[in-house]
Design a protein around this ligand. Sequence first.
Ligand code: GDP
Ligand code: MN
Length: 397
Amino acid sequence: MNLHEYQGKDLLSSFGVTVQRGIVAKTISEVISAGKELTNSTGSSWYVVKAQIHAGGRGKGGGVKLAKTSDELEKIAGEILGMQLITPQTPKEGKKVNQVLIAEDVYYKGNSKPSEYYISVLLNRGSGKNMIMYSTEGGMDIEAVAEKTPHLIFTEEVDPALGLQGFQARKIAFNLGLSGAAFKDMVKFVLSLYKAYVGSDASLFEINPVLKTSDDKIVAVDAKVTLDDNGLFRHKEFEAMRDLSEENPVEVEAREVGLNYVDLDGNVGCMVNGAGLAMATMDLIKQAGGEPANFLDVGGTADANRVETAFRLILKDPKVKAILVNIFGGIVRCDRVAQGIVDAYKNLGDSIKVPIIVRLQGTNSDIAKELIDSSGLNVLSATAFQEAADKVQETLL
Ligand code: GDP
Ligand code: MN
């Protein structure tokens, strides 16, 4: 689950990380009162208006702008609210901005220039350890830094059993070239950031930029946070942060009915029971020259109802040109699933315009095959795994 910047900052703040203060607003009247409230607490009438969408690169796309008066604030927020923001990380048509963060300006406080750093915490699956990635080249596209000047990106691996050690946090502050008060503040910043990452069961905390203000304070100016969905059951309080308008609608619908569905780019819809078999099925489709349109695990209780729901979900994807059903009948009986397919086909009637290839193996598979073959529907049955994939390819030719 991805968070908006303002939610990520709230989370960071609750773990003691210093963040750029801000107030989220959905309407112009909320923008105006947010501006007043900020000025009351900061004493400044300079604000940054930041579009809240689940994508980075907002600055470049015109979704982050500085306002130097309350009139400017109103004008700029009015332009950004409701705009279709296009950044390198959004779909081609961009994303609609439903809310903006009105933040204090942390750049123009004193005479000396602030410095921007990059810091992220993530899991290194290769080493099985957490990893802090950091760079002096903050505020810009980190992918570009990695490509052009990889020696300016540092990593610090953290043993999850030991946690982040003080000497490691000091090493990070040192490598970032800090000294004095900023050094001490960075050590505290990194230790709290790591605590936030572990404490919220996150899979990513990316802060770009981390700012050293002109008065030597270390502040999180941006926050990109991804929480591990598998850890969410431990944090019921996070559920309210989910923004369904940012998520794939078919995936949302699938989750509501308890189906594991992940949307992909290909043209072969898959309906499989068991995550392992689903992965193997996708591999086989690829090997046969096709591309899976989705990952879908209907689970161990693939009854007629679930089969029909699964068909409905798969058919919502206009890219789907064929559907491969690959079910292993262990606890579930194949003839029940076959009956489910035949019923679903009859119920869905005209909406199924693509060929369906069905492979049912396991308990009562012979009865199942008989049911499919004699149904008179546009359903091809296969017994062997490879045969099923080949049949899919033939129908696509
Ligand atoms: P992103 O482009 O989606 O990564 O959004 P960021 O939150 O990183 O903001 C983009 C850029 O806006 C930053 O790199 C800064 O240069 C600028 N910015 C953010 N906050 C402030 C601020 O308080 N004052 C000023 N002047 N610029 C800011
Ligand atoms: Mn950023």
